[in-house]
Design a binder for this molecule. Structure first.
Ligand code: GFB
Length: 250
């Protein structure tokens, strides 16, 4: 069960319960049926809110997560605990990846419950069609690293075939590719050719200011992996959404 900042703020209990049940049912069924390898997804939003930067894989349990999504964060952290227990007690190769904010085609473009990029793409589409301004929620100052879903998929295949550690691995663009929400909104505006006004609704929460993650562990394994440039990935996602508006999840 995943969602953007605003859905997490509304349903921390559900995010905890549903994800803990998914964790145990999937991992224990895999164990009982002799599955040789399982890769679960954590997220860079589960790290401690008060931390030093850049965040790395050793810091997962070093303090409480941001209050906005503590249910999701603690549930996801328990996957790391359970993976270690399956490894110790049964020698299972159950491991996890820690993607940063994912976006791309076939995302959940629901404005209330989705993540920031699909939410802004959907809102820009409507603003363009209705001749209204585009409301960016919060101040636009928070910073995020975004990974294109096609890049994450390529990395997932590599993890499935080659990654042998039980310890999780962060799958993210570099710290230098972190952008502000304002810059991300401007990329969407450029990709959609939106000519209207951008307004920042500061009555809405900013959530976590930043969660800058290091991808140096990934770079040790794959020094030459090429991420799709952010503006190109945004453009491909916007073009897909406009071309598939009727059947897109929104
Ligand atoms: O992707 P998002 O919802 O989640 O991004 P997080 C929230 C940030 O984008 C906040 C701003 O700073 C919002 O103020 N924002 C601006 C918007 N406009 C919008 C909009 O139209 N929609 C949304 N949703 N945000 C999540 C965690 O944190 O990260 C989840 O809560 C999950 O558990 C996800 O792990 C990857 O990046 O803040």
């Amino acid at each position: 069960m995943v969602g953007g900042l605003f859905r997490n703020m509304k349903y921390n209990l559900d995010f905890w319960r549903k994800n803990v049940h998914i964790n145990d049912n999937v991992l224990h069924s895999a164990h009982e049926h002799g599955v040789t390898k399982v890769i679960s997804c954590l997220s860079t939003c589960i790290f401690p809110d008060k931390t030093t930067y850049p965040i790395d894989e050793t810091m997962i349990h070093n303090g409480p997560p941001h209050s906005s999504n503590f249910g999701y964060s603690y549930a996801k952290r328990m996957i790391d605990v359970q993976n270690r227990a399956y490894s110790e007690q049964h020698g299972r190769m159950f491991t996890a990846v820690i993607p940063t904010n994912v976006f791309g085609m076939h995302d959940n473009f629901n404005i209330e419950d989705g993540h920031v990029l699909p939410g802004l793409i959907h809102k820009t589409y409507l603003a363009q069609r209705n001749g209204t301004s585009l409301a960016v929620w919060g101040s636009g100052k928070p910073r995020r690293q975004f990974i294109f879903s096609l890049d994450l998929a390529r990395l997932f295949i590599w993890v499935l075939r080659e990654y042998k550690e039980i310890e999780p691995i962060i799958l993210s663009v570099g710290e230098e590719d972190e952008v502000s929400i304002k810059e991300a909104a401007e990329s969407i505006v450029a990709a959609m050719g939106f000519k209207g006004e951008l307004v920042f609704d500061t009555s809405k929460s900013d959530g976590q200011y930043k969660k800058t993650a290091s991808n140096s562990k990934l770079r040790k394994y794959l020094p030459d992996f090429q991420f799709t440039p952010f503006s190109q990935a945004v453009k491909e996602t916007c073009d897909w959404f406009v071309a598939n508006y009727d059947q897109a999840r929104k």
